[in-house]
Design a protein around this ligand. Structure first.
Ligand SMILES: NC(=O)c1ccc[n+]([C@@H]2O[C@H](COP(=O)([O-])OP(=O)(O)OC[C@H]3O[C@@H](n4cnc5c(N)ncnc54)[C@H](O)[C@@H]3O)[C@@H](O)[C@H]2O)c1
Length: 194
């Protein structure tokens, strides 16, 4: 997918991989809605990005991916601001096995919630113009599926291998749901054949 002129929603965009994804998107001419729970980090990143890419190319939205209400409001605001959504990056995540309920709630359920919202907005079957959904995954999700540990389970499940992609593909065949690992992030610029 050519990124120039496209609009992307990136969760967990204030730091780390989400920030890197955001910068790649902006560099390639996309507009980006940065969603994150960390207001301070999000706003200070915005200051830097505005100077580099111009004030109208991005917006920061305070959004916890655990909240349906906040997630929906963020999509709505993105639509109102940029006129459409073409790319969703389900990237928000935490790594803390001691608070495994939070990890599953954010890493897995946040990505499922985001995917259904993305499909609702982008699927041609529901009046959208099609699009791409990317999930940031861990190699742990690919290699340790036999272990009943929260990280592999939340990574594998959240990244669509087990549940999300087949189900979403069956429901919304015109929208792409893809699973990528960290090593495959370059596909953002040049996705492989489906
Ligand atoms: N860094 C790695 O080595 C690694 C390995 C495997 C998987 N991952 C996955 O990659 C993704 C990004 O990881 P990272 O290393 O960049 O982490 P990070 O901690 O640097 O960044 C995560 C971002 O997500 C945000 N976030 C956390 N909870 C949120 C929530 N409920 N709602 C919205 N935003 C939230 C944080 O504020 C932060 O900005 C995560 O899904 C993580 O599970 C990372």
């Amino acid at each position: 997918m050519a990124l120039n002129g496209k609009t992307a929603v990136v969760t967990g965009a204030a730091m780390g991989i989400g920030k890197a994804i955001t910068e790649i998107l902006l560099k390639n001419g996309a507009k980006v809605a940065l969603l994150d729970v960390n207001k301070a980090a999000g706003e200070s990143l915005m200051e830097v990005l505005r100077k580099q890419y111009g004030p109208d190319q991005m917006l920061f939205l305070l959004c916890n991916v655990e909240s349906d209400e906040q997630f929906k409001a963020a999509f709505q605001k993105t639509l109102e601001t940029f006129g459409g959504i073409d790319i969703l990056c389900n990237n928000a995540g935490i790594l803390n096995e001691t608070t495994w309920e939070n990890m599953v709630s954010i890493n897995l359920m946040g990505a499922i919630r985001g995917t259904y919202l993305g499909l609702e907005h982008m699927s041609k079957l529901s009046g959208g113009r099609g699009g791409v959904i990317l999930n940031t995954a861990s190699m742990a999700g690919k290699s340790s599926a036999k272990k009943a540990e929260p990280l592999p389970m939340s990574s594998d499940g959240a990244k669509g291998n087990v549940f999300l992609a087949p189900k979403a593909a069956a429901l919304f065949p015109v929208t792409t749901v893809k699973t990528f690992t960290l090593k495959q992030l370059e596909v953002l610029h040049q996705p492989p054949d489906q």
